[in-house]
Write a protein that binds this ligand. Structure first.
Ligand code: YH5
Length: 289
């Protein structure tokens, strides 16, 4: 693959995917489970983002809608109130691009004006008007697979072959986006760990992640602290770092390009070790024998 296809233009800030990178999570929901909404104030959000930049994050993902099962729906105005000031400030002050975790076309339009560099949609641009808003923004997008809606997605999810079905879903969304005017070079795909999947489904997707790498410009994975780690280890969210790193390494080894995480410093270390070892399978790297 040509080197030019490994650079994403995120509103003028470059995201280099010739090596895997880390996306730092910045929740701006009042109910976010892992940081209790502590980052609602602008200064605190900026400080947290700056720490993640110093720890080696390549992009920061700002989210204002809780997608936890049972979380109350958030209005457009409420989501804008949470997200827009943070995106404006971060886009202005950070050297790296700001991604926005949103499904709402109104939010996409406003954050694009405010300097956001990537649209990360857990509903894969399925909301009415979202595809048009994403096309109009000119920004790269991340299309994530979800089964159903966040409120009900964990009610007995069933697949006959989860890997094939998620792959077909993402292939279809990539096709739809391309037809609408978003080139494949600007599209990331994500199997959506925990979004309408049992532990067994999540493990199969992780085991076969390499099947997704040909779909678009790169595969993004978000496993950090999720319940699949909790179920395997029987530990609470604040004790899921090691398990999350193990899962990240399995994904990286199969070619994942972006790891979305709450623990940037540790994940950057895992990415560095993985990328160095994986480069030894690349014929352009001089043999060390
Ligand atoms: C993702 O996978 N996830 S928000 C439950 C947890 C821990 C974390 C109970 N946005 C993804 O982070 N965007 C979210 O433990 C995402 N991929 C992409 N592209 C959910 C979340 C979380 C949920």
């Amino acid at each position: 693959m040509g080197v030019s296809t490994m650079l994403l233009d995120c509103a003028g800030k470059r995201l280099d995917l010739s090596q895997p990178v880390v996306m730092g999570v910045l929740n701006v929901t009042p109910d976010s489970f892992s940081d209790g909404g502590r980052y609602r104030s602008l200064d605190t959000a900026l400080l947290r983002a700056e720490i993640m930049v110093a720890e080696g994050a390549a992009i920061i993902d700002v989210g204002g809608e809780s997608t936890r099962p049972g979380a109350p729906p958030v209005s457009v105005q409420e989501e804008l109130d949470r997200v827009l000031p943070v995106v404006e400030r971060l886009a202005r002050e950070l050297s790296i691009p700001v991604s926005v975790d949103t499904s709402k076309p109104e939010v996409m339009r406003e954050v694009a004006r405010a300097g956001a560099g990537l649209i990360n949609d857990v509903r894969a641009l399925h909301m009415s008007g979202a595809l048009d808003a994403a096309v109009a923004s000119g920004l790269p997008v991340c299309l994530m697979h979800i089964r159903g809606e966040p409120a009900t997605m964990q009610q007995e999810p069933r697949y006959s072959d989860v890997v094939t079905e998620v792959h077909a879903f993402l292939a279809d969304r990539v096709r739809v986006c391309e037809a609408a005017g978003i080139p494949r070079e600007r599209i990331l795909v994500d199997p959506g760990f925990g979004f309408g999947k049992t532990l067994d489904h999540n493990l199969r997707l992780l085991r076969h992640l390499d099947r997704f790498t040909g779909l678009a410009a790169g595969v993004l994975v978000g496993i950090s602290r999720k319940s699949m780690i909790g179920l395997l280890l029987n530990v609470p969210v604040d004790d899921r770092l090691s398990g999350s790193l193990a899962a990240a390494v399995i994904a990286l080894w199969q070619g994942a390009k972006i790891i979305r995480t709450h623990d940037v410093r540790e994940t950057v270390q895992a990415v560095c070790v993985c990328a160095a070892a994986r480069a030894m399978g690349d014929p352009s790297v001089t043999s060390g024998r």
